[in-house]
Design a protein around this ligand. Structure first.
Ligand code: ADP
Ligand code: MG
Length: 550
């Protein structure tokens, strides 16, 4: 096929304009991005070769090679991974598939200095090559295919694709360095960059220059190393790379479990909410490896959806390599791993909740709403999850646990009272709370939609029933009042004889739209409020269901 010329998609052109003109001071991250792509390409092929071994073509030593050519003023990144064919090149190097990119370009436009380092997180890391190059040449052959291709661009709106001669499978990216980027012809500079950003890569990264060749990294996946040999910095870099995250991990859990099923986990709890946390599919993002071979990032059954904020990897030599995703889901060995991981994570959270309550409160603000889904999904962990749960309440300034609430319960108080609604400030002024305030009884304020659901499944905590203050008779009779004036008010409410006539008049007016009208002690200032009957759907739940068209 003769040479074809294409124009970049508009977004790519915009991105390239910014990237090429960038004054970003950490331009070296282009190496991280290209090495990361090379590593992904090796991972992909190794995974595909599980089912199609012929793709390996007799060359199973995956590797990433860097080469510096001082005369030609180029630096080259090569891999023997999956490679790309003509269609792959068109679909990936010229178009932007990922959706978050628009926002990234927007941000970059405002302040490129700060944000360029995030380029990899937005699925456009390849284009960082144009920070340091005025021409990029990609020669590639896809594993299992005969034809190879050359993709060339100067990053100024167009690129070309033509047939090429490449016998090895995989991809070679040649960067023609800009005048002001000659520092990357210096082997020691490149070595330093690779050690800083790419040490965790599980394939050997070698560097060749006029002086000879050497291997730059440990080439052992970071989670296979002993904990004492990994620095906090390395964990962080791995988290950034593998989770496409830019915050720092809040908790890092690196464990080796030996047992009926042996596995290693390197899990992270982010310190910030990942953007897809509320994706309706509730997908997990922990990568599953079998004996260092990447299997899938969406291993259903590896972790429950209520722990989907976790990032990192789980690697087990005891799962079968050739197992299909469907079979994996029901593999009892995977269930064993899941149990172990869930217990480990919840125990780690309990430890933090006790030792660092302020940090834990921040975690809860980020992920509590997701963790609470477990109260409905996983009854085996219910007690542990209830103990981890934190709530806003009418009494405590900070978030409170249920056991702290129970400790504060008033003499004669039988139940844990709660109110649900959309936001705490709105709930706080609810007439339903008046009687509770007057008696000094604490009420938990639940503001997440999920609260309505788990409250239907869980009736009590430490033998104390949960009671909604907007439902039924939410009875405060047994509770001692803080002062006797309130007690008097109670008496008056019961005795008022004129109330019967008033109620009769209301009933006549409202007819079937209400079930009943009763005198109540829950109000001290407002004249009336709506309540749901004991067995009925709660008021806020009704509102929620209505909004979702049910
Ligand atoms: P991301 O890696 O997040 O997908 P990039 O901009 O870094 O985004 O790369 C875009 C795509 O180009 C990759 O998803 C991959 O399909 C393809 N690609 C880039 N480099 C290579 C490579 N060395 N081998 C095979 N495919 C590659
Ligand atoms: Mg990439």
């Amino acid at each position: 096929m003769s040479k074809e010329t294409f124009t970049f998609q508009t977004e790519v052109s915009r991105l390239l304009d910014i990237v090429a003109g960038s004054l970003y001071s950490n331009r070296e991250i282009f190496l991280r991005e290209l090495i990361s792509n090379a590593s992904d390409a090796c991972d992909k092929l190794r995974h595909m070769a599980l089912t199609s071994p012929s793709l390996i073509e007799g060359d199973q030593d995956f590797k990433i090679s860097l080469a510096i050519d001082e005369k030609a003023k180029t630096i080259t990144v090569s891999d023997n991974g999956i490679g790309m064919n003509h269609d792959d090149l068109l679909a990936t190097l010229g178009t932007i598939a990922s959706s978050g990119t628009g926002a990234f370009i927007e941000q970059l436009g405002k302040d490129d200095k700060k944000n360029m380092g995030l380029i990899g997180q937005f699925g456009v890391g390849f284009y960082s090559a144009f920070m340091v190059s005025d021409k990029v040449e990609v020669t590639t052959r896809k594993a299992g295919e005969k034809e190879s291709w050359l993709w060339v661009s100067d990053g100024k709106g167009e690129y070309t694709i033509e047939s090429a001669e490449r016998s090895e499978r995989g991809t070679q990216v040649v960067l023609h360095l800009k005048k002001d980027a000659k520092e990357f012809l210096d082997a020691s500079r490149v070595t330093h960059v690779v050690k800083t950003y790419s040490d965790h890569i599980g394939f050997p990264v070698t560097l060749t220059d006029s002086e000879g060749g050497k291997t730059l990294n440990e080439a052992s996946a970071i989670w296979t190393r002993p904990v004492k040999d990994v620095t906090a910095e390395q964990y962080k870099e791995f988290y950034h790379h593998s989770a496409h995250a830019f915050d720092d991990p809040w908790i890092t859990m690196h464990n080796r479990i030996e047992g009926v099923v042996s596995y290693t986990n390197l899990l992270f709890i982010p310190s910030m909410r990942p953007f897809d946390l509320f994706d309706p599919e509730r997908k997990g993002h922990v990568k599953l490896y079998v004996n260092r071979v990447f299997i899938t990032e969406q291993a259903e059954g590896l972790l429950p959806p209520y722990l989907r904020f976790l990032r990192g990897v789980v690697d087990s030599e005891d799962l079968s390599l050739n197992i299909s995703r469907e079979m994996l889901q029901t593999d009892p060995k995977l269930a064993k791993i899941r149990n172990g991981l869930v217990k480990k994570v919840l125990a780690e959270l309990a430890k933090k909740a006790e030792k660092a309550p302020e940090d834990y409160a921040q975690f809860w603000e980020n992920f509590g709403v997701v963790l609470k889904e477990g109260l409905v999904d996983d009854f085996t962990m219910r007690d542990k999850l209830l103990a981890l749960a934190r709530f806003h309440s009418t009494k405590a300034e900070e978030l409170t646990s249920l056991s702290a609430y129970v400790e504060r319960m008033k003499e004669g108080q039988e139940a844990i009272y709660y109110i649900t609604g959309e936001d705490a400030s709105q709930i706080a002024t609810s007439p339903h709370l008046e009687g509770f305030k007057a008696k000094g009884v604490e009420v938990l304020m639940l503001t997440d939609p999920v609260d309505e659901f788990w409250m239907q499944h869980i009736t009590q905590f430490e033998d104390k029933p949960f009671k909604s203050v907007t439902r039924g008779s939410a009875d405060l009779d047994g509770v001692k009042s803080d002062d006797s004036a309130d007690a008097d008010a109670d008496k008056k409410a019961e005795d008022a004889p004129a109330l019967d006539t008033l109620i009769a008049a209301f009933k006549l007016e409202l007819g079937a739209s209400v079930k009943d009208i009763r005198p109540s002690k829950r109000l001290t200032e407002s004249p009336v409020c709506l309540v749901a009957d004991e067995g009925d759907i709660d008021v806020n739940m009704e509102r929620l269901l209505r909004r979702h068209g049910q």
